[in-house]
Design a protein around this ligand. Structure first.
Ligand SMILES: [Mn+2]
Length: 261
């Protein structure tokens, strides 16, 4: 059985080619990349990918993510440190205490985001930029979740409901994302879906907002985002930048096994 597979949903070949497909573990052939095109939602795309792979560990990543040199070896070390209950892990997540866990470089924010946990940290949600799934846990994405938002939150809650663990942290990578767009109607639809589905688990904090019965945080965070947008757009590093260069700037040119103490 193959140990690892990398799955991406993408309909923009240039972004994929400039970022995820350029990751050294992908170009070396160590991490086979499977691209899902023309799926109606992220959950459906990822389930299609799961159905096509025989890998034990599947990494789902955005097409605008770059995995620095040595990333796969680092992932293997991180997985070995996880408690045996783990089913899901991510590069960026929200801890049970609400802490942002990383670190991840965000081009749209122009900074490294997330606290660096010294041990795998349990999460209530994961950012969708990078999700690692142990396929032996048998979890699937919810095909009823519409669009391209909140599937990181949903898969975490699905794991927890199944009595499995979800963790984040200490998997540095580059998210070469464009400046933040407004939270649109598609985001609202995902929010309402998660709020109804996980009603007994609320509130749930996600990297973008807090899902609560009242929904007030959605209104508040939409307003904050709209207000911050011009500032972020002005300083956005943008996807045209070389992700390997960004990795080097972050000190992540080579994550190598020697990074392990
Ligand atoms: Mn992205």
């Amino acid at each position: 059985m193959t140990r690892f597979a990398l799955i991406a949903a993408s309909h923009q070949p240039a972004i994929l080619a400039d970022n995820l497909a350029r990751s050294p573990d992908v170009t070396s052939g160590a991490l086979p990349l499977q691209v899902i095109r023309d799926a109606p939602s992220a959950a459906i795309a990822y389930n299609r990918g799961l159905a096509q792979t025989g890998a034990e560990i599947v990494i789902f990543a955005h097409h605008d993510v770059f995995l620095p040199k040595g990333w796969l070896a680092l992932l293997e070390a991180r997985l070995a440190a996880l408690p045996p209950d783990w089913a899901v892990m991510g590069a960026f997540g929200i801890g049970r205490d609400g802490a942002h866990l990383g670190p991840v470089w965000s081009s749209s924010l122009g900074q490294i985001v997330g606290r660096v946990p010294l041990a795998p940290a349990p999460v209530q949600s994961l950012d969708e930029l990078l999700i690692v799934l142990d396929t032996r846990a048998g979890l699937r994405f919810d095909a009823a979740l519409p669009g391209w938002h909140m599937y990181g939150t949903d898969i975490v809650q699905t794991a927890l409901a199944a009595g499995r663990g979800a963790y984040a942290g200490a998997l540095p990578c580059i998210h070469n994302d464009q400046s933040h767009t407004a939270l649109g109607a598609d985001f609202d639809a995902a929010y309402r879906f998660i709020r109804a589905k996980w009603a007994s688990c609320l509130p749930i904090r996600t990297p973008i907002t807090k899902i609560s019965r009242s929904g007030l945080h959605l209104l508040r965070d939409r307003w904050h985002r709209r207000r911050a947008a011009p500032v972020l757009e002005a300083m956005a590093v943008g996807i045209h930048h070389d992700p390997a260069h960004l990795a080097a700037l972050c000190g992540w040119a080579d994550l190598g096994p020697s990074a392990e103490g």
